[in-house]
Design a protein around this ligand. Structure first.
Ligand code: DQA
Length: 141
């Protein structure tokens, strides 16, 4: 099994930005823990972080036919990117979306998630553990 972990804008700052909201683990720490978890299931994990919408869309298109699942934290793009939504909807790969924070209890614009209904499920507000929960769902599906 091969999973793609995609993190969008500002998630490279995880562990440093607003740690009261996003926690103290850095993205490399989160990725390495997730890779260890996936390894235990014989599952390969490739990770990409980009602050650019088009790079994320290219990564989803490039994954078609090559990956068994995508874990996607699109950051703020989740709230308004119909282009990313279209890419998720047409890629033919199960996508689980992750939000580290509880977007439903923050500013009202964060309660809108245009990706949610094209993903097979969403993990919201579980901190950085949300990535592992998403991997469990894909490995178990
Ligand atoms: C986030 C929530 C988004 O609203 C925010 O823009 C992010 C991170 C999360 O993981 O909680 O960048 O996706």
């Amino acid at each position: 099994m091969k999973l793609l972990l995609l993190n969008g804008p500002n998630l490279n700052l995880t562990g440093m930005r607003q740690p009261d909201i996003y926690g103290y683990k850095t993205l490399p720490e989160v990725v390495s823990e997730l890779r260890e978890f996936c390894d235990a299931y014989g599952c390969e994990l490739i990770d990409i972080q980009s602050n650019h919408e088009g790079v994320l869309i290219d990564a989803i298109q490039d994954a078609m036919g090559k990956f068994d699942g995508i874990i996607l934290n699109a950051g703020a793009l989740a709230h308004y990117s119909y282009a990313l939504r279209d890419a998720v909807a047409c890629c033919g790969i199960p996508v689980v979306s992750v939000h580290i924070s509880d977007v439903y209890s923050r500013e009202s614009f964060r309660a809108v998630d245009v990706l949610a209904d094209v993903c097979i499920s969403s993990v919201v507000g579980q901190g950085t553990d949300g990535y592992r929960i998403a991997a469990e769902r894909l490995i178990g599906s």
